[in-house]
Design a protein around this ligand. Structure first.
Ligand SMILES: O=C(O)CCC(=O)C(=O)O
Length: 273
């Protein structure tokens, strides 16, 4: 059996100390604005083992209402910069943290940054938030356009915050438990007859494979739930069959995001950068 990867204990001690010691974090906590972050670093163990972790009640409901309204406002105000996929149903504003103080707080959340630092050990950690609203339009493919790995290389870390209640029909995040392990890439290739470096599995031909997979996890949860995921694992947002899903996604990178992502970032001066 393959031994599970473990974070060095010195790092696990140092990062929480650095995060929890922050006066900024304590100030926000005292104002009741800081989402509940106690124990988040502890959930990294689940990310190591399973590839993802779920923290319910990370943001209180009234704050989710405010953030949802903020996403709606930004999608209207920066309509020219909004990326639309999934038959127009999936609307994404990359770099929403740059044009919204409220969303900026999520991007710069110190415990989340600490989780990224502990999990990926970046030299130049950066974070950008993507604000997302996806509706149950005909033929929508769900958030992220179907089953995929964000990459087949080094670890990748994302934090997704549901801003609306997500039941089965509202496009929940789905993940194949354990698929972040390098051995999973070999297994996927052998089982699906794909290349070892394939990262998109969204043609529909593999839907039955994923639907019947024993490791499939579907994260239905209330607004305010936070997901931490190693997105080198197999995942998608399920297609919506009803309603609308609002979410924020933190893209954590070592150095600036890839050029193809940077090109999508909101440019308040006019048009995408
Ligand atoms: O939002 C989700 O549930 C998953 C999104 C995703 O897979 C992506 O944007 O790459």
């Amino acid at each position: 059996m393959r031994p599970s990867l473990r974070l060095p204990s010195t790092l696990l001690r140092a990062v929480p100390a650095a995060c929890y010691g922050s006066t900024l974090a304590l100030r926000r906590w005292a104002r009741g604005r800081l989402p509940r972050s106690e124990g988040l670093l502890g959930r990294l163990g689940a990310v190591e083992r399973e590839g993802f972790a779920v923290a319910e009640g990370f943001v209180p409901a009234p704050e989710c209402d405010r953030l949802r309204a903020e996403v709606d406002r930004l999608l209207e105000e920066y309509a020219a910069d909004v990326q639309r996929t999934s038959n127009g149903g999936d609307e994404r504003l990359f770099g929403a943290d740059r044009v919204s103080a409220a969303i900026g707080e999520f991007a710069s959340h110190e415990v989340l940054s600490g989780c990224f630092a502990a999990y990926c050990r970046p030299r130049k950690p950066q974070c950008m938030t993507m604000a997302n609203r996806i509706r149950a339009t005909p033929e929508n493919l769900g958030s992220g356009n179907g089953w995929h790995r964000d990459s087949v290389g080094a670890r990748q870390f994302k934090a997704i915050l549901y801003l609306s209640d997500v039941d089965r029909e509202h496009g929940p995040f789905q993940y194949l438990r354990g698929s972040h392990r390098p051995t999973s890439r070999v297994r996927t290739a052998l089982e699906l007859g794909t290349r070892f470096d394939s990262n998109r599995f969204d043609t529909g031909e593999f839907d039955d494979y994923f639907a019947g997979h024993p490791d499939l996890v579907t994260v239905t949860a209330s607004a305010g739930t936070l997901l931490l995921a190693d997105t080198t694992g197999l995942h998608r947002g399920a297609p919506l069959t009803s309603g609308t899903r609002h979410a924020l996604t933190n893209y954590f990178t070592d150095g600036p995001p890839a050029d193809h992502v940077l090109r999508l970032v909101v440019n308040p001066g006019g048009g995408a950068a």
